[in-house]
Design a protein around this ligand. Structure first.
Ligand code: ADP
Ligand code: 5GP
Length: 192
């Protein structure tokens, strides 16, 4: 890809606190920019198109797949597709910024495989599956059925943690953010 720069990849079972941690990091590192994914799921809560995701219909998503517009894409929870648009990565790198990804576990492994040394992949681990469920329930954005699906998938996702460059346990949020900052600081320093 033209203008290839650096990227930081976050993956975790849904509810681990990945989004919370990424938001904190974006406030600390001014040259970090979040890669806005495309998805075929509907917006929830306060989510806005072009800010949290590019919300597409199934048909629009399929057209981008056919056109080869995605660097990677996955059907994450039965029916809902999520993908990284090449155009989004090029837009961020063209500004000289570091791309921050919040992708599912298979997406994270694929991005690391594609971008190798330019990528730092971090797995955010919940303290336990029970706590993961509590956080999803506490977030109050998903139906009981959706929460069951996400928790069921967590076992598989946790088995993939070893394929990431780093694992951060998100028990105490401040500790997890500090640990993540330390890892990223080391990665950026090693790249100079
Ligand atoms: P993800 O992006 O991994 O799906 P979120 O960032 O949305 O997860 O976090 C899920 C819920 O857990 C949110 O309500 C968030 O406020 C809460 N949360 C995040 N980190 C912690 C933590 N360390 N301790 C307790 N609750 C947390
Ligand atoms: P949510 O519906 O909770 O926003 O996201 C569901 C899952 O999709 C999360 O694990 C999230 O990281 C993942 N996801 C979001 N964007 C992408 C993407 O572009 N590619 C892949 N592979 N997964 C994504």
């Amino acid at each position: 890809m033209a203008n290839e720069g650096k990227l930081i990849i976050f993956s975790a079972p849904s509810g681990s606190g990945k989004t919370t941690i990424v938001k904190r990091l974006l406030a600390v590192f001014p040259r970090f920019e979040f890669s806005i994914s495309a998805t075929s799921r509907k917006p929830r809560g306060t989510e806005r198109d072009g800010i949290d995701y590019f919300f597409l219909t199934q048909e629009e998503f399929a057209r981008h797949v056919e056109a080869g517009d995605f660097v990677e894409w996955e059907e994450v929870y039965g029916g809902a597709c999520y993908g990284t648009l090449r155009s989004e990565m090029e837009r961020i790198w063209a500004k000289g910024n570091v791309i921050v990804f919040d992708v599912d576990v298979m997406g994270g492994i694929n991005l690391k495989r594609i971008f190798g040394e330019n990528a730092c992949s971090i797995f955010i681990m919940p303290p336990s599956v029970e706590e993961l469920r509590r956080r999803l329930e506490g977030r109050g954005t998903d139906s009981a059925e959706t929460i069951d699906k996400r928790v069921a998938k967590a076992e598989f996702e946790l088995s993939k943690a070893g394929e990431f460059d780093h694992i951060v346990v998100n028990d105490d949020l401040d500790t997890a953010v500090a640990e993540t900052e330390r890892i990223i600081g080391g990665f950026l320093a090693s790249q100079r």
